[in-house]
Design a protein around this ligand. Structure first.
Ligand SMILES: CC(C)(COP(=O)(O)OP(=O)(O)OC[C@H]1O[C@@H](n2cnc3c(N)ncnc32)[C@H](O)[C@@H]1OP(=O)(O)O)[C@@H](O)C(=O)NCCC(=O)NCCS
Length: 297
C-alpha cells in the first residue's frame, strides 16, 4: 500500500472531522471546524488516505508561542490506521520546509504518542494543563476581600491610548517572566496588541485592570469563544503577593457570571505555582494536560 501525503482538499474538509476529534480529544461540530479554520487562516493541511477514507492528518502554522522560525504542528492518525506508517509519512513531509524547528502538543494521557515523538528526536519542553470552572457556580461573596489601600479595579471599556500603552507594556514584561517565555525573545508591542487589543475575541469588559494613583498594577483578561478563556493575568513585580491576581480574577468571574457564561477555562504551565495556587483558591478544576515537545531542525 502506498501512503501518499497530499494536501487536504476543500471538499474533504468535513470528512476530516474525526481526525480533529482525535487531535483535540473531544467531540466537535462542523461549526467548531469553521471556527478553527477562521482562527488559523495560515494553516497548511496534508493528509494520507486509506482507500476512500482520510486516515491521517498533519497541519502546521507559524506559532507565536514557540521560538522564532519554529512551526507548530498537529498530527493525528485515526486509531484503526495506527502502526501502518501514516504518522511517519506525514511527519516526513515537514523537513522539506524551511523551519528552525518543530513543536507539537501531546495529550498527557497518550504515552504511546509521546514515545513515538521521542523516538523521532522530539524532547519534552513543558507540561501544561487546562482548568475549568462554571462561573454560574462561583460565589463572588465567598472570595471578595478588601483591596490594598488606594487600589481600584476597572475594565478597559473607556480606555485611553495611554491606558492601552501601559497595559501592553505590562503584558510584554510579565509574559517574558512566565515559565513558557523565559527562554524566548520578548514580544514587541505590535505583536502583543495583535494578540490582545486587536484580537476579535477580546471583550473590553473582560479585561480588568488594578490601578493605584493612576498607575497600572495588574490586569487579567479573558477572550470570548466556545467558553470564556482567561488568557493572561499579570501583576507588576512591586505589587505581587498582595492578593491582586486573586482579586482581579474574582472580579472577572463575577462579570462572567453576570454575563451568563457557563464555562471559564485557563491554562497553566506546571511550574507556575503562584498562578496555580490562585486558580485553585478560585475553584478551578484541573483537567487533562499536554506535553509540549520540540525538535530543532
Ligand atoms: C502569577 C502572578 C499574576 C501572581 O500575582 P500576585 O498578585 O502576586 O498573586 P496573589 O498575591 O493574588 O496570589 C499568589 C498566591 O500564590 C502563592 N505563591 C507565591 N509563590 C508561590 C510558590 N512558589 N509556590 C506556591 N505558591 C506560591 C502566594 O502565597 C499566594 O497564595 P496565598 O494568597 O494563598 O498565600 C504574578 O506572579 C505575575 O504577574 N507573574 C508573571 C506573569 C505570569 O506568570 N502570569 C500568569 C500566566 S497567565
Amino acid at each position: 500500500m502506498s501512503l501518499r501525503p497530499v494536501p487536504l482538499l476543500a471538499s474533504e474538509w468535513e470528512a476530516a472531522l474525526p481526525l480533529y476529534e482525535v487531535l483535540l480529544g473531544r467531540a466537535l461540530t462542523h461549526g467548531d471546524l469553521q471556527q478553527r479554520a477562521g482562527r488559523w487562516p495560515d494553516l497548511t493541511r496534508v493528509v494520507t488516505h486509506s482507500g476512500e477514507q482520510i486516515a491521517a492528518l498533519i497541519e502546521w502554522r507559524p506559532d507565536p508561542f514557540s521560538p522564532p522560525g519554529y512551526l507548530r504542528l498537529d498530527l493525528a492518525v485515526l486509531p484503526e490506521f495506527r502502526g501502518r506508517g501514516h504518522g511517519a509519512e506525514l511527519l516526513g513531509t515537514v523537513p522539506k520546509l524551511d523551519a528552525a524547528g518543530l513543536s507539537a502538543h501531546i495529550h498527557d494521557s497518550d504515552l504511546a504518542s509521546l514515545a513515538w515523538a521521542q523516538r523521532r528526536g522530539f524532547t519534552v519542553h513543558a507540561q501544561r494543563f487546562e482548568s475549568v470552572l462554571n462561573p454560574q457556580e462561583f460565589r463572588p461573596e465567598q472570595h471578595i476581600q478588601p483591596l490594598p489601600d488606594g487600589v481600584s479595579l476597572s475594565d478597559m471599556t473607556n480606555a485611553s491610548e495611554a491606558d492601552w500603552h501601559e497595559l501592553v507594556r505590562l503584558y510584554v514584561d510579565a509574559l517574558a517572566e512566565t515559565p513558557d517565555f523565559r527562554s524566548l525573545p520578548k514580544w514587541n508591542e505590535e505583536k502583543t496588541r495583535r494578540e490582545m487589543q486587536e484580537n476579535p475575541q477580546t471583550r473590553l469588559s473582560w479585561i480588568i485592570a488594578a490601578r493605584s494613583g493612576g498607575s497600572l498594577l495588574g490586569f487579567t483578561a479573558a477572550l470570548t469563544g466556545r467558553s470564556a478563556y482567561n488568557q493572561m493575568t499579570a501583576v507588576a513585580p512591586q505589587a505581587r503577593g498582595l492578593g491582586l491576581a486573586y482579586a482581579l480574577k474574582v472580579e472577572l468571574l463575577r462579570r462572567l457570571k453576570a454575563d451568563g457564561i457557563q464555562e471559564a477555562r485557563t491554562h497553566n504551565h506546571a511550574k507556575n505555582l503562584p498562578m496555580i495556587r490562585v486558580n485553585e483558591k478560585l475553584g478551578y478544576l484541573r483537567q487533562r494536560g499536554t506535553w509540549e515537545v520540540r525538535r530543532p531542525s
